[in-house]
Ligand binder design. Structure first.
Ligand SMILES: NC(=O)c1ccc[n+]([C@@H]2O[C@H](COP(=O)([O-])OP(=O)(O)OC[C@H]3O[C@@H](n4cnc5c(N)ncnc54)[C@H](OP(=O)(O)O)[C@@H]3O)[C@@H](O)[C@H]2O)c1
Length: 284
């Protein structure tokens, strides 16, 4: 997967998009809203981000804030086709019929006719194949513009592709300089599956790392921007979460940071298998 424009050439943060296997354009910086409390807090965080130029919001049934995300997107007055919203099927909702019903609930909560990207949140054993068939149905019916998975490792992807009619267009996994997931990323690149990086700031840890801080000083950037620019350099879609206006601005501006090959190599050297969220590597 190659972005339509690389970070070196992007004039405007929100025009930087990845082209998915089916041609859908997905903004390469999205606002994550995990642990953003539902209600006013979530609506304000999304509204602020949209004003700054974010056009992509990453939510999930699990996060409990789909309705607030949808409300803020609609209240922005921005044209629907300029917005990109992802939501995810929760683990308790797997199975063909249950997936269809859960999708309807998510879609209704968001308040849109179509969802841009619908993901299986986790490779739930036994049921995930049936759930995938439901996503294929939703895609055929035009109710979702793209379908994908999250937390799928290579063996989960191989199994899925063996039985799928439609391949996932996106795999959303944890990726940051301390947990680089090279094997999954390479596999996805080979199969034209875009990789979206969740917890791209290692939940804030990147800001405390002396090596990243040193690169940030050299690059005239902040540590968070360095981590995000590294992800963009590696063709990732990045999903930083912040409820603070200044940090949202800082994170979006990472699209303008250029890292030298030596700086990229330094960051490539920081992989230490540090998982900050749930760990799918042993998931059956
Ligand atoms: N598919 C999955 O299984 C899965 C799992 C985890 C996450 N996700 C998605 O990925 C998104 C991001 O992941 P995440 O929320 O786990 O972690 P993250 O984006 O790596 O880090 C978020 C943390 O870093 C802080 N932060 C944000 N910008 C910063 C900056 N510029 N400098 C210093 N600290 C900063 C935030 O605090 P403030 O908010 O106070 O600024 C928050 O504590 C989620 O919101 C969710 O959408 C998906």
């Amino acid at each position: 997967m190659t972005g339509e424009t690389g970070p070196q050439t992007a004039p405007e943060a929100h025009s930087l998009t990845a082209k998915l296997a089916n041609g859908v354009a997905m903004p390469r910086v999205g606002l994550g809203v995990y642990l953003v409390p539902p209600g006013r807090k979530a609506r304000e965080a999304v509204a602020a981000a949209l004003k700054l130029g974010y056009r992509h919001i990453d939510t999930a049934r699990l996060y409990g804030n789909e309705a607030d995300v949808g409300q803020a997107l609609r209240d922005s007055g921005l044209p629907r086709d300029e917005l990109f919203v992802t939501t995810k099927l929760w683990n308790a909702d797997h199975g063909f019929e249950r997936t269809l019903a859960a999708f309807d609930e998510s879609r209704a909560a968001l308040g849109f006719e179509t969802v841009d990207l619908f993901l299986l949140h986790w490779p739930v054993p036994r049921l995930r194949k049936d759930s995938w068939r439901a996503l294929e149905r939703l895609y055929d019916e035009g109710r979702v513009r793209a379908i994908g998975v999250s937390n799928f490792m290579v063996r989960h992807l191989e199994e899925l592709l063996a039985g799928a009619r439609i391949a996932p267009m996106v795999n959303q996994i944890e990726v940051h300089p301390f947990f680089q997931q090279r094997e999954v990323r390479a596999w996805c690149a080979k199969h034209n599956i875009a990789v979206a990086a969740y917890s791209p700031l290692a939940k804030g840890d990147v800001a405390r790392d002396p090596t990243i801080r040193k690169v940030a000083v050299e690059a005239g950037a902040t540590p968070a921007q360095v981590a995000l620019a590294w992800g963009l350099h590696h063709d990732l879609i990045v999903l930083p979460k912040s409820v603070r206006l200044e940090r949202q601005r800082e994170n979006l501006a990472a699209t303008k940071i250029r890292l030298t090959p030596a700086q990229i190599a330094t960051l490539d050297g920081l992989d230490r298998g540090q998982v900050t969220d749930w760990d799918p590597r042993e998931a059956p």
